[in-house]
Write a new protein. Structure first.
Length: 166
């Protein structure tokens, strides 16, 4: 298995596992804990760091490493897309209805009127469906992968050069 595929698969599986943890733990129902979902970005950074270091040790240079990190993110995005669809259609088919309830409660606590709440919910309903959410997750993974790789590739290249000269 290639380094790129291995780290991309690992990234996708770990990010999906975190999403399922959020589901099974019920954290997605708690407005204070919903932000914990963003741990997926930290997971992506950690896996990219390791993957890019491995590729740099194989002799890859900066732009090659950026391309490799992007490829890892693309592999991960496929896993994340499929994992998200499974999550919202099979494992937690009431996920979006539950989020809607949580969001409604948050808006009420903020003192919003019934009309304001309906307007906010209508805007949210347009994207709170399995396919758009899975697509957003996949696109976000790729964009994050590119941006993070642009930074981490330099560090990975420098670390590999230090190891070669040591």
């Amino acid at each position: 298995m290639s380094t790129i595929f291995r780290y991309g698969l690992l990234m996708g599986l770990l990010c999906s596992a975190w999403t399922y943890f959020m589901g099974f733990s019920g954290w997605f129902r708690d407005p204070r804990l919903q932000l914990a979902f963003w741990v997926v970005v930290l997971i992506e950074v950690i896996v990219l760091r390791r993957g890019l270091r491995a590729r740099a040790a194989e002799g890859r240079r900066y732009w090659g490493l950026v391309a490799d990190g992007t490829r890892m993110a693309i592999v991960a995005s496929i896993v994340i897309f499929l994992g998200s669809l499974l999550f919202t259609t099979v494992v937690f088919p009431t996920y979006f209805a539950e989020l809607r309830e949580v969001y409604t409660g948050m808006l009420r606590e903020q003192g919003k009127t019934a009309a304001e709440i309906q307007q906010a919910l209508a805007a949210q309903d347009a994207v709170q469906r399995p396919l758009p959410q899975a697509s957003f997750g996949a696109i976000g993974t790729i964009v994050t992968g590119i941006l993070v790789s642009l930074v981490l590739a330099r560090f990975a290249e420098n670390a590999a050069a230090r190891r070669r000269h040591a």
